[in-house]
Design a protein around this ligand. Structure first.
Ligand code: GRF
Length: 194
């Protein structure tokens, strides 16, 4: 049960999943391990982190391809080299084509920093503050062809405090993501094992 994690940035969610997989004995309990971390950006901070922790890494740069389709095709080729049971998007900032999504149907998860279906897309924290929301949060969901939609697996709620700016709120949400995502993946692995 190989897990492949896709990142574009700092990779703090990726690290939370890698740590949980080890501390939570996913190998023994589910026969699952994080086999690789793949980034569309060569300078993603998470790549070095993954390597430091002994996880294989690969880069497929979207800039090397002329279309979304050809990028997704190349990305899928690298992913499939690990025969993954689960593909985990963790701050992966590319919109995926319907072809890519259907290829991994039922085994493709994402975390989004809002309480979906509210605030799909970018800039979620600023938008939640400007809308006068009293709570924000994060959502783990299965990926479908429509961006930031798909069946919801888990959510965490955090308060929006008076005077919060987008950065403060983002940090509060992110710290919840780090426990939410591993938990949701663990439940998903348990349900796959049944
Ligand atoms: C997280 O807030 C995630 O929900 C969003 O991008 C951020 C990624 O952070 N899609 P990191 O790379 O996991 O640190």
């Amino acid at each position: 049960q190989n897990i492949v994690i896709l990142i574009s940035g700092a990779g703090s969610n990726m690290m939370a999943v890698v740590n949980a997989s080890r501390c939570g004995n996913w190998e023994r309990r589910f026969g699952a391990r994080v086999a690789a971390v793949i980034s569309n950006k060569a300078d993603a901070g998470g790549l070095a982190l993954a390597r430091e922790h002994g996880v294989s890494t690969a880069v497929v740069s979207h800039r090397d391809f002329e279309s979304r389709e050809s990028f997704d095709e190349a990305l899928a080729g690298v992913i499939d080299g690990y025969s993954p049971a689960l593909v985990v998007l963790a701050g992966f900032m590319r919109i995926l084509t319907p072809g890519f999504v259907s290829r991994y149907e039922g085994r493709l998860l994402n975390i989004h920093p809002s309480l979906l279906p509210a605030f799909p897309g970018l800039d979620t924290h600023r938008r939640a503050i400007e809308a006068g929301c009293r709570v924000a949060g994060a959502t783990v969901h299965q990926v479908t062809a429509e961006l930031d939609h798909g069946p919801i697996l888990a959510q965490a709620v955090v308060p929006i405090l008076p005077g919060d700016d987008a950065q403060e709120l983002a940090a509060r949400v992110l710290s919840q993501e780090h426990s939410l995502y591993p938990r949701a993946i663990e439940n998903y692995l348990a349900s796959m094992a049944r």
